[in-house]
Ligand binder design. Structure first.
Ligand code: MN
Length: 239
């Protein structure tokens, strides 16, 4: 059986001439393509319509997939980690936050693997008890919101030797960067395994969990080490 890899959706807030596509659920096509290329079968989970839907959806969907990808997306609502919103906070989606937090807890409890990208890394860290920087101003000293096209690598990350991420992309990797938030306090049970030159956390890992702050879905087409992040998840989902 090919492993089924769930990808959580975001709400498309752009205007659409088609009324049926207002607030449509969407997930990045390059993630779907990477999962298929890696030998998995992707399925997209929509954002719940209400908080009442969250537990129902997690309970029903939880047993029906083998691995989870948390994609990039909007800012994480800081009330999920005990802070009030600061002026630099961007768009948030508390229904997506609530769904992904509950899903992460259920998936880890079931012992299934998670691969998290950008905001996905951040929401998973919050789900496991960590905190975030709402904005990197005053924290970062290199550019983490690149002006270059999204599929161009722009800054380096150093990976801890003998970590899972280093085994996949090496101890130094040239990555893209499209984030203004980042992990502040890593959750208990998660190790920092990659950092940018300014100390910003670029990867966390733990049992069943790997997350990166960059966007490998826009790099794997030209960089085999970045594709290995997807084959690693699919392989872990097969066990
Ligand atoms: Mn970065």
């Amino acid at each position: 059986m090919l492993p089924i890899i769930a990808i959580t959706a975001d709400t498309l807030i752009d205007h659409s001439p088609m009324i049926n596509q207002h607030n449509a659920d969407m997930a990045p096509s390059p993630i779907k393509e990477a999962v298929l290329a890696a030998g998995g079968v992707p399925i997209i989970f929509p954002v719940p319509s209400s908080l009442e839907d969250v537990d129902v959806m997690v309970a029903a969907l939880g047993p029906r997939f083998d691995g989870l990808i948390l994609p990039g997306g909007p800012d994480v609502d800081p009330t999920t980690y005990g802070q009030e919103p600061q002026p630099q906070l961007g768009r948030t989606n508390y229904l997506k936050d609530a769904f992904e937090i509950a899903l992460v807890k259920a998936v880890l409890k079931a012992g299934k693997p998670i691969f998290a990208i950008c905001r996905g890394l951040q929401i998973a860290n919050v789900a496991m008890g960590g905190t975030l920087y709402q904005d990197l101003q005053g924290v970062a000293t290199i550019k983490h919101i690149q002006a270059a096209p999204g599929n161009f690598p722009t800054h380096h990350v150093k990976c801890v030797p003998a970590s899972r991420i280093a085994s996949l992309v090496g101890t130094s990797s040239f990555v893209n960067s499209r984030h203004h938030q980042a992990v502040a306090q890593p959750a208990p049970g998660l190790s920092v395994t990659a950092q940018a030159q300014d100390g910003v956390i670029e990867a966390l890992e733990g049992e069943h969990f790997l997350g990166v702050q960059w966007h490998p879905e826009n790099l794997w087409q030209q960089d085999p080490t970045q594709f290995s992040l997807f084959t690693d998840l699919v392989a872990r989902a097969q066990h």
